[in-house]
Design a protein around this ligand. Sequence first.
Ligand code: AGP
Length: 605
Amino acid sequence: MCGIVGYVGKQDGVPFLLEGLQRLEYRGYDSAGVAAVKNGTLRVHKAEGRVRAVAESLPKRVTGTLGIAHTRWATHGPPSDVNSHPHCDTEGRVAVVHNGIIENAVILRDMLHAEGVELVSDTDTEVLAHLIARAEGDELDDRVRAALQQVEGAYGIAVCDAGVPDRIVVARNGSPVVLGVGNGEMFVASDVAALVRHTQQVVFLEDGELATVTADGFRTFTLDAQFTNKVATAVELSDDDYSRGLHTHYLRKEIGDQPEAVHGTLRGRLDHRFATARLGGLELSARELRSIRRVKILGCGSAYYAGIAGAQLIESIARLPADAEPASEFRYRAPVIDPETLYVAVSQSGETADTLGAVLEVQRKGARVLGVVNAVGSSIASATDSGVYLHAGPEVSVASTKAFTCTLTVFALLALHLGRVRDLGPGDGERLIAGLEALPDQIDEILATEEHVAEVAGRIAGATSAFFIGRVRGFPVALEGAQKLKEISYVHAEAYPASELKHGPLALITPTLPTVAVVPDDEMLDKNRNALQQVAARGGRLVAVAHGHPGEGLADDVLLVPRSEPELDPILLSIPLQLLAYHAAVALGRDVDQPRNLAKSVTVE
Ligand code: AGP
């Protein structure tokens, strides 16, 4: 969703600001803007639409060695030029960019209005600019602190003041802010993606922390002016990690990244000697792990579907009761929190507001939460009590692919680890380790079938609707397959347990409604064949994702995957469905990487 970039140094910062905004485009936005300070004058240029349009229409006078910039995703007020950030005070001296939502904005607007301030936009952010301009205090950081003390809600902000042209003040509460340390220059952003071309030395602010950033360095402190002692650390990410190389779309690049990404998830975590997995971030002793009675997995969208597959891995391998629930629903249904349950929060971005809210709710009620997160230093990674990173590398395309398979891989590792401190024998441990080690090469085998998958995608792309079916392990794969097709091709798709078809949806089967069936060669194969027969008997077109042909006359097309250990099958079965959705979206000419109405990190409820 929204993105923040800032620069203070010795050269014109505007090229960096525009480049940074372009690097944050993947998060989703509807408008963009830049503010720069030169010779004590603040100049702002902002507009609804793409960053490129803002850059192309940028007046030459918008330049300066200090500036802030923003991509906005509308919350308060529709997308428009005037609602775009930066927002300024009445005199045009203070500029603010803001991610998050100020919950008491209406009260603050009324208060400012009563004091004679004319607000020009519909946004919650504009109040901050006026509050900072009117606050008392000698230093900009004092005025920002005073303003923030009146604010309720979530924010990541960057502020500049034409009267103090050597500094940016930033603050974080529930929305990320990272500082990049350069040589005689400093960078600010809401996401390291905007910085890594310029520096790998970064400082992640904590919630409740502010920083004053000048060309020579930074100083961090709290809302009540207590200094905090932060040092820069190196991020293991470079510009190449955010490049799509020779691919037309990030999504295709990220599907192709999966052999290496899964390898990265497994790296250093398999222990042949004790036939188990080692997860350094777990921070739970064998005794504590044995005292766990249940596992509850929380996530949204694809992260939730990965959680369903994860719960099945844990139940089947560790023999612990486990289930998954959408984090967005869990936090509002007054859940009973059980201290003997291990709660697990899953998030690629680590910034999903609903998932973060669920984490805080569980912690408030006294239980611990384990994070399974891709983005290092993100809000959920910081908020959880312990965590396992995916190490999948940055995922730029809005639709999740490699993070999904790497999350399943982490759950396989977690299940193996939990199983081996409980009742799983070493033989099964070795069997699963061998299965995990084989995954990268097997994914390569699936990627080699892309041409065939693209042909099949061409045959289903014209449908207005599709069913995805699967049973037990195949069901979360079907859910995720339908999600991918919906998100990027805009073809309506629904996933059902194959067993449920006859209880209602079968009424919709016609020759024009294709069904994609996940039918691994496992203990459910015969039952799955029954469902396929029910579809075929009604003239429905069938695409099977399988280890072999599911039976004479039962599928019009078969997408083959190599056999794995049965528990690990969902990882491989998901990959042809990613390619299927991708090629359907390409055939339909969709905006694959930035599908309409969607954002990469959903930082609002
Ligand atoms: C996945 O393709 C979707 N873009 C979406 O469902 C996503 O998985 C969900 O919003 C959760 O995101 P997170 O993993 O960053 O928390």
